[in-house]
Design a protein around this ligand. Structure first.
Ligand code: UFG
Length: 326
């Protein structure tokens, strides 16, 4: 079976992908510096704790294992933090990627799936957003992803590196029975914050209710993390078959407002969500929904979770289990 190097495999989306890769019989090695990821997310014998910027260590690892492909998640992901410390984001996300690509070149690894983001579109003019929409990030985080995508285009042309960049919309949920789930520190994402509000009674803040949307709150395309993980497996398989480089949105094509998320949580938990309305958060586009047509056509991908309440139920199960284990 193919040997896959997964960077950032101890993080939220990375660990779900590792789980699925192992289930599908791939030979997986995870590289993670554990600065944001969690050791408990990965089988210990699969984990190599090292920094992506350590090119020499990566070269050693790639020389020893002879990977067929890399799935590259390792990156910082907090949009707000990236505006406070842009240097950190360029150094970690762009510098780390460059170090990885250098090591891949030196050791002849020529296939890569890259974890990109809908953040490369900034505030899109048209929704649903297709891959041909202008690249116009509005944060250093989004810019860091756009820069790596651009780098990959040149490496495709001149270094023979074939890659698929997957532009994620809003990942959420958890794979039932896996023990994995969303555990960012600090947490900034809507669904875990709403679930915690239910558990603690502390109100969650809705960032703005005066947007030009039907209920005034922002609309996002919430995609279940296992559907997202599956897109990586399909992409890596396609690359291993010899497919050319590509860039693909990964979303469901259906948007839900913040208030709709709150209502779905109330239905699933049977409890009222304590919340208050706050000001808008800087940089939030009113509506961000994917056109996933290209992903469906190219990889034959379809989401298994099309219903928001089912997605919420998996995240709720994880939050409750976490609380019980504390
Ligand atoms: N929201 C709230 N209250 C909160 C947190 C979020 O109202 O406490 C709202 C946001 O304003 C937004 C929606 O819930 O409308 C979703 O917010 P998230 O922070 O969960 O996710 P984002 O859409 O901001 O971010 C996601 C990814 C980022 C990526 C971005 C692209 O998590 O990595 O999409 O725009 F950069």
């Amino acid at each position: 079976m193919a040997k896959i190097l997964v960077t950032g495999g101890a993080g939220y989306i990375g660990s779900h992908t590792v789980y699925l890769l192992l289930k599908n019989g791939f030979d997986v090695t995870v590289v993670d510096d554990l600065s944001r990821g969690h050791m408990h997310n990965v089988p210990l014998k699969r984990l190599r704790e090292l920094r992506l910027q350590d090119t020499e260590a990566l070269v050693d690892l790639c020389d020893t294992v002879k990977f067929d492909a890399v799935i590259h998640f390792a990156a910082y992901i907090a949009v707000g933090e990236s505006t406070e410390q842009p240097e950190l984001y360029f150094s970690n996300n762009v510098g780390g990627s460059l170090s990885l690509f250098t090591a891949m070149r030196e050791t002849g690894v020529r296939r890569l799936v890259f974890s990109s983001s809908a953040a490369v579109y900034g505030t899109p003019k048209e929704v649903p957003v297709s891959e041909d929409a202008p690249i116009a990030p509005v944060s250093p985080y989004g810019e860091s992803k756009a820069m790596v995508e651009r780098m990959l285009r040149w490496l495709d042309e001149y270094s023979g590196l074939r890659s698929v960049s997957l532009r994620y919309f809003n990942a959420c949920g958890a794979e039932p029975g896996s023990g994995l789930g969303e555990e960012h520190e600090p947490e900034t994402h809507l669904l875990p914050l709403v679930l915690r509000a239910v558990l603690t009674g502390e109100p969650v803040t809705v960032f703005g209710d005066d947007y030009a949307t039907p209920d005034g709150t922002c609309i996002r395309d919430y995609i279940h993390v296992s559907d997202l993980a599956r897109a990586h497996i399909l992409a890596v398989e396609k690359l291993l078959e010899g497919a050319p480089s590509d860039t693909l949105n990964v979303g469901t094509g259906r948007g839900y407002s913040v208030m709709e998320v709150l209502r779905a949580v109330e239905k699933v938990t049977g409890k009222k969500v304590p919340y208050k309305i706050g000001p808008r958060r800087a940089g939030d586009p009113p509506e961000l929904v994917a056109d996933p047509g290209r992903l469906k056509r190219t990889l034959g991908w379809e989401p298994e979770y099309t219903d928001l309440e089912r997605i919420v139920a998996t995240a709720w199960e994880f939050e409750q289990a976490k609380k019980e284990n504390k």
